[in-house]
Design a protein around this ligand. Structure first.
Ligand code: ADP
Ligand code: MG
Length: 332
């Protein structure tokens, strides 16, 4: 046999009893070592099921999951479910000892046979995750985001080959989240850790993932690199997962000056420029939504609404009439 794949699913199907359309169907994938793979898909598309199958928390009805060429054992075959070389963190990971300090929660994951190693590793992981300043605090006194950091530190300190993350940052506020995303990327680069993450935050998957995998109704509908997938998603479904885009039917598109024989036209807000050549102005500014460093302008023409990003604050006001230039669009 040629080089065994790292983490691989071959024609894996898992359906839940009673439900007809549930779980995942006929999934084949190869997770690359040392990379971050993100699984995206709408709620109920099978993301968590797939992650549990990769980890060995569930056995497939059909097909097989292999890690380094060996079949992963299911929960009925193993005393402690989950592959020994992997760790999983979810938003419900709650095995923290709330009344112990952060340091002890993390250190407790290692045996006490080598105290020096234990101390060094704990310090290393807390440093990597930017939480040495929290080391002496009780977990009970931490914010939700900080608790998630502790959970991730506990997973990482055991030096797993694979870290599985099932929407672990959901309750973490935005500023905190970006730091954590950056730290995890850094750890992946420094240590060669492999991460498989589930998220439905487009900003998160686009900035973190090396590889994207799109699930719909339990099936993989698209895979690729974040940048190319963002620029040219193969389906409207993927486009809507990755961006807050304008979706127009053919009639609405025609009002915007785009002719198509397909059903839908998708325009990302950043593909639209506002121009002020008076003669062609036919769009009315209906709303100006302040977003911090930019504004969303909602423009209307013959009942068609379109969202445009504007970086120049206060340049436009509700009621202004403007022209639009659409630089690029996609058709489905
Ligand atoms: P996601 O994580 O993408 O939201 P899940 O993998 O949790 O999706 O679920 C996929 C589908 O399987 C959904 O339709 C869900 O309702 C169904 N499902 C998940 N877990 C169970 C279960 N334990 N019993 C029955 N149906 C389930
Ligand atoms: Mg889920």
């Amino acid at each position: 046999m040629a080089d065994a794949s790292f983490l691989q699913a071959i024609s894996v199907t898992k359906t839940y009893p009673g439900a007809t359309a549930s779980g995942v169907k006929n999934i084949s994938l190869d997770i690359e070592q040392g990379k971050i793979t993100a699984i995206i898909g709408s709620s109920g598309s099978g993301k968590s099921t797939l992650l549990k199958l990769l980890y060995g928390l569930m056995s497939p009805d059909e097909g097989v999951v292999n890690f380094e060429g060996e079949r992963i054992w299911g929960p009925e075959e193993k005393l402690i479910p989950g592959h020994d070389s992997m760790k999983m963190v979810t938003q419900h990971t709650d095995d923290l000892n709330l009344f112990a300090r952060v340091w002890d929660n993390v250190a407790a994951m290692l045996p006490s046979t080598n105290v020096k190693f234990k101390e060094e590793q704990t310090e290393l992981v807390l440093t990597q995750l930017n939480m040495m300043n929290l080391a002496k605090q009780r977990v009970a006194d931490l914010s939700g985001g900080e608790k998630q950091r502790v959970a991730i530190a506990r997973a990482i300190i055991t030096q797993p080959d694979v870290l599985l993350l099932d929407e672990p940052f959901n309750q973490v506020d935005t500023s905190f989240r970006e730091g954590l995303q950056h730290d995890i990327r850094q750890i992946v680069q420094e240590t060669g850790l492999t991460v498989v993450m589930v998220s439905h935050d487009p900003a998160e998957v686009l900035s973190m993932a090396d590889e994207l995998l799109v699930l719909r109704d339990g099936e993989i509908v698209e895979t690729g690199h974040p940048k190319s997938m963002y620029k040219n998603p193969q389906s409207l479904y993927t486009a809507e997962l990755l961006t807050n885009c304008n979706v127009l039917d053919a009639g609405e598109a025609s009002i915007c000056g785009m002719q198509t024989d397909k059903q839908y036209v998708v325009v990302y807000p950043e593909w639209i420029r506002i121009s002020n050549v008076l003669k062609t102005n036919s769009w009315t500014v209906r709303q100006v939504l302040f977003k911090g460093f930019y504004e969303d302008l909602i423009l209307e023409n013959q009942g068609v609404l379109i969202r445009v990003v504007n970086n120049e604050h206060d340049k436009y006001a509700e009621g202004d009439v403007v022209g639009l230039k659409i630089k690029k669009w996609l058709e489905y």
